[in-house]
Each structure stands twice: as C-alpha cells, then as structure tokens.
Design a binder for this molecule. Structure first.
Ligand code: UGA
Length: 439
C-alpha cells in the first residue's frame, strides 16, 4: 500500500520504517528540513537502536520529504504521528495535529484512510474526520481511524514489529478492512501480533488508560518504597515478593526518582484535566501525578539533608529520562541539576548518549565529563539519575578510588546493598536502608 506518515519523531519515524519493512511504500514527511536531509542520508535524527539498520534495509521502499502536497496527494493511508505536547495547564496541544489535517484537506485527491497515531484526547478522531470531510473537494471521502501507539523509546522497533497488540478504532467497515490489510504481515509469523478492532473513542481511551495505569504503577511502588524506608523494609525484596503474583506481574515495579519522558507526564495530566472538565475527576491519576512530582526530588532532599550544598562537588551519572535514549524530556536530572545549581553546588555530568541534548539546555553552567571515572574524580557526592548498563556494571571500588568522599546517592537502585559490604562508601538509595556512614 502507499502510505504517508506525518511526523518523523519516535512515533512517526518508527511507524514509517516498520511499515516499509513489512512491504509498504512509505513516505515520511516532516516540516523540519534538517531532519529530512539527515534521513535522506540514512541517518536517524533520534537515537533508537536498530532504526538506522532497518532504514538501510528498506531504503527502496522509503521516501523522505517536506513536500506535503505530493506526499498526501495519492496516499492510500495517511498516518498522523506528530507530537501532542502538554500545554502549561496540562491539556494536550493539538496544533500540530490540526495543521496536518489542514494540509491533508488541501492535498488529497482520492478517498483516503487517515489514521491518528498521536496520543489525542477522546473525541479528537471524530472532530478531525468532521473537519476533513467538511473541507475537502466534493466527492472525496476521508475515513479517520484511531490506532494508538504503544512503543517505548529505546525498544521502539521491537515494540512495533513484535507489538503487544495493535488497536484499530473505527466504526467504518472500509477503514477497518484497509487497516487489517495494512497490518496483515504483523499478525502472522514471526510477529503474531493480536489485532483488536473496536470503536474509535474506546481506542483513544485505551492509550490513555494504558499509559496512566503504568504511571500509576510506578507512583504506587515509589510510595511503597518511601514507606519501606520508614518501616525498615527493602523495596527490592518487597517487589520481588509481589511480582510472583501473576495478577501483579514483575514489570514496572522499579522504584526510583519517578517517571519522566515525553509520554507519562503529559498523558497523566491530559487525562486528569479532561476528567475534571467532564466533572468526573480521576482521583487515582491525580494522586499519581502528585506522587511523581515529589518523587523526582526525593534524592535531592536526601543529599541536601546530608551535606551542605554550597560549593559541594557533585557528579551526576545519567541525565536521560531512562537508559537507551538521548531524550531529556521531563527527565528528573533537569530539576535536580537546576536545584543543585541554585544551592551553589558545582556540578559535573556524565551520560553515555544524552550529553549533547543536556548541553543545549545547561550550556556552561555545569561541567561535562566523557567517562564515569572522569565525572566522579575528586567529587564529594555522586547522584545516579539513569540506570545505564555501564553505570550498573561499574566497579564500585572506583568510587572509593576516584572520589574525594565516596558519598553515593543512587536514584535508580542500581546496586545491591550487599555489594557495599567491603566498600568504604556511603550508599543511599530509594526504599532501602542506607549503607555505611557519611564521608
Ligand atoms: C511509555 C510506555 O511505556 C509506552 O508503552 C508508550 O507507548 C509510550 O510511553 C508512549 O506513550 O509513547 P516511554 O515513555 O518511552 O514509553 O518509556 P518507559 O519505558 O515506559 O518509561 C517511562 C518512565 O518510567 C521512565 O522515566 C522510567 O525511568 C520510568 N519507570 C519505568 C520507572 O520509574 N520504573 C519502572 O519500573 C518503569
């Protein structure tokens, strides 16, 4: 099929490349010239494992352009995968989605199925369909279907090809048939992805309900971790014991300094806002947001309660919101570093992938190191913000060897408490007892 995907961010680009991989002719469209130039040269503007390999493998079926008129003109299916960032009041900003709809209405000259993959408030698909059919040439029909995205950054390609499920939301039989045909290869071996058809509003709701549930799971376990500290329990043992219950499961039970990224923070706020506006407030989602806000600064407060921050030499290990991405959106490192600087600490940061993005924001307000060893050298405290493999596998003896004072504040519970048995460091983590004494 001839497919056009609007937006070359995580959702749009990965969708486009994976659809090319299963045999479709795909045009990826973006308004940012530099991104399209990079893509034409085989380079991905986002860091995502396996993506460039797949781009190369399927280059004959992939086109990249900024020319929306050509891209939309005769597409069988158009995916909208542009961002829906959060507005200051927590609502979803639909400007990009609306602009794509406007451009589609100007450009198409045959019946088309428009698929909204961006996360949009319930009812948006209805509104976009109404807009499109009211603004295109007479005689052309647009069918809009919801097809939410469940990929996570860092595993996006795998999450798309071997998806947990494909949700197709439409009441229109023709749109349903087109999407079933489009996704047919993924529903077969080796992928075997279940495809669920449902009404449009439910499909929109599946996305929010899923993300908010996962966020809630994290906030719940973070609160339990904080409580473990008060009662002398160890959160790692508690989650181990909980996870064996298949009704609970052992995923998304890692406590730490809260969730970040481009999805959970905005999707929890958007759904909460929507629920309030409909006079049906989702109180659990509200609590989830509040817990996360506090949790992000929990490690900072532990540090502040232990050490005088003015002129303190602090290393930050990991700045991205999670490992295997260079994404800094809503990363806990940002608020923590801002606060450290406000209190007069001298901050040195290290991250295997995220430093370029961090530099764009913090410029010369912090020092940058090119290795863990360099970052922690002569420091009086280290704060771990992201659980990169390299950090988890770091030789703990080096903290003592290189730091001036080996005070380790671990916001991601990277190490076992027993690992510090023979190491003369002070180790503070989340939901567990502190080990050793302050240096
Ligand atoms: C999330 C969802 O996992 C995807 O299913 C969804 O498609 C995506 O949002 C989206 O809406 O686009 P993502 O934000 O890439 O994906 O990352 P996650 O792996 O879900 O992590 C989100 C945050 O939760 C990270 O800050 C991570 O550190 C934190 N987290 C995750 C925890 O604190 N504990 C956990 O046990 C798991």
């Amino acid at each position: 099929m001839k497919v056009t995907v609007a937006g070359t961010g995580y959702v749009g680009l990965v969708t486009g490349v994976c659809l090319a991989h299963i045999g479709h002719e795909v045009t990826c469209l973006d308004v940012v010239e530099e991104k399209i130039e990079m893509l034409k040269n085989g380079k991905s503007p986002i860091y995502e494992p396996d993506l460039e390999d797949l781009m190369l493998k399927n280059k004959d079926r992939l086109n990249f352009t900024t020319n929306y008129k050509k891209a939309y003109k005769d597409a069988d299916v158009i995916f909208i995968g542009v961002g829906t960032p959060e507005r200051i009041d927590g609502t979803a900003n639909l400007d990009y989605v609306n602009e794509v709809a406007r451009q589609i209405s100007e450009s198409i000259d045959k019946d088309t199925v428009v698929v909204i993959k961006s996360t949009v408030p319930i009812g948006t698909n209805d509104r976009i369909e109404e807009y499109l059919n009211g603004n295109i040439k007479n005689g052309i029909k647009v069918r809009v279907a919801s097809n939410p995205e469940f990929l996570a950054e860092g595993t996006a390609v795998k999450d798309t090809l071997y998806a947990s499920r494909i949700v197709v939301g439409t009441e229109d039989k023709i749109a349903e048939k087109v999407l079933k045909e489009l996704y047919l290869p993924l529903t077969k071996k080796p992928y075997n992805v279940p495809l669920l058809s449902m009404d449009r509003r439910s499909a929109e709701m599946v996305k929010y309900a899923s993300n908010d549930f996962l966020a809630l799971k994290i906030s719940y376990i973070n609160e339990i971790a904080n409580f473990c500290e008060s009662v002398g329990a160890n959160i790692k043992n508690v989650t181990l014991g909980m996870g064996y219950d298949p009704r609970i499961g052992n995923k998304f039970l890692n406590s730490g300094i809260g969730y970040g990224g481009s999805c959970f923070p905005k999707d929890t706020k958007a759904l909460h806002w929507l629920s309030k506006s409909l006079d049906c407030e989702l109180k659990t989602v509200k609590a989830c947001i509040e817990v996360n806000k506090d949790q992000k600064l929990r490690l900072f407060h532990k540090l502040k309660n232990s050490l005088y921050l003015k002129d303190l030499e602090v290393a930050i290990l990991g700045v991205t919101f999670k490992p295997n991405t260079d994404d800094l959106r809503d990363a806990p490192s940002i608020d923590n570093v801002e606060l450290l600087l406000e209190y007069g600490a001298n901050v040195t940061v290290y991250d295997p992938i995220g430093l370029d993005n961090f530099k764009k924001r913090f410029k010369d307000r912090v020092n940058y190191a090119s290795s863990i060893n360099e970052a922690i050298k002569d420091k009086e405290a280290v704060m771990i913000m992201t659980e990169w493999k390299e950090i988890k596998e770091y030789d703990l003896n080096n903290y003592v060897k290189y730091m001036n004072k080996a005070n380790i504040f671990d916001g991601r519970n990277c190490y076992d408490l027993d690992d510090f048995k023979n190491i003369d460091a002070y180790y503070v983590s989340i939901g567990r007892k502190d080990v050793g004494s302050l240096k």
